[in-house]
Write a protein of this length. Structure first.
Length: 243
């Protein structure tokens, strides 16, 4: 395994070893908050801020697309107090707009996957407004936020769209089906923070051949150095794709 100090040197010599598409399941926010004796939502705030550094580093390492699983379909089952706090946090970031401007200044083009309509109308409309307007001066990396996302839900929505478009049985191929999914490209590296060793339905179709990296690090502590560890793990993997 390469040390973190060697990552730039390795990328300079062998950029083909590095992932082009990454997805991150951001787990452990509430456990981190409890551990530090803070208000329940503060772990999410720290994680959101950490994303910016990960986006910049990913762009430097040739990553073309990075997806952050921010809120799942299952998360809507949590208690009203937690949901209200999440919605308040979302409105705070959406109203100021500074966060998304910073991402664009780092070359990130903002995208959304999932069913954002599950959120309150004002949040859903503002999110989609940012997506429509996202146009960084120097487009280096696609930055996707998974809002109201569930893997099974994504597949069911794709099937419903195909039925609505009257796609015939003979037209249904892997390539065709992929075009109906929220995220069109395959994932090279799937990272999950927080110590759970499962994907919990994050991009089940796109991550079929992804390398999986599980870390005990809680999401608010998942900084650039931790991100580099995951990327370096990927460079050590042998990828045969069943051949």
């Amino acid at each position: 395994m390469f040390m973190n100090d060697d990552i730039d040197s390795l990328y300079g010599k062998s950029p083909e070893l590095f992932p082009k598409t990454i997805a991150i399941a951001m787990d452990g926010n509430r456990r981190w908050t409890k551990k530090h004796g803070l208000k329940e939502i503060e772990g999410h705030r720290v994680s959101i801020e950490n994303m910016k550094a990960a986006i910049s580093r990913a762009g430097e390492l040739g990553v073309k697309s990075i997806t952050f699983w921010v809120f799942s379909t299952e998360n809507f089952r949590r208690d009203k107090e937690f949901l209200d706090a999440i919605f308040t946090l979302a409105r705070e970031y959406l109203e100021s707009g500074k966060y998304f401007s910073e991402i664009e200044s780092r070359g990130g083009k903002i995208g959304i996957i999932g069913d954002v309509s599950l959120f309150p109308k004002d949040i859903a409309e503002k999110v989609m407004e940012y997506v429509r307007k996202s146009n960084p001066k120097e487009h280096k990396i696609d930055v996707n936020f998974a809002f109201g996302y569930g893997g099974r839900d994504e597949i069911l929505r794709a099937v419903r769209k195909m039925i609505q478009d009257d796609i015939s049985k003979t037209e249904v191929t892997e390539q065709k089906f992929s075009q109906y999914l929220d995220l069109k490209e395959n994932i090279d590296l799937l990272i999950r923070t927080g110590g759970r060793t499962r994907t919990s339905g994050l991009l089940p179709w796109q991550a079929t051949y992804a390398e999986l990296y599980f870390t005990e690090t809680l999401c608010p502590d998942f900084n650039v150095k931790e991100f580099e560890k995951a990327v370096l793990y990927f460079t050590s993997c042998v990828r045969n794709f069943g051949r």
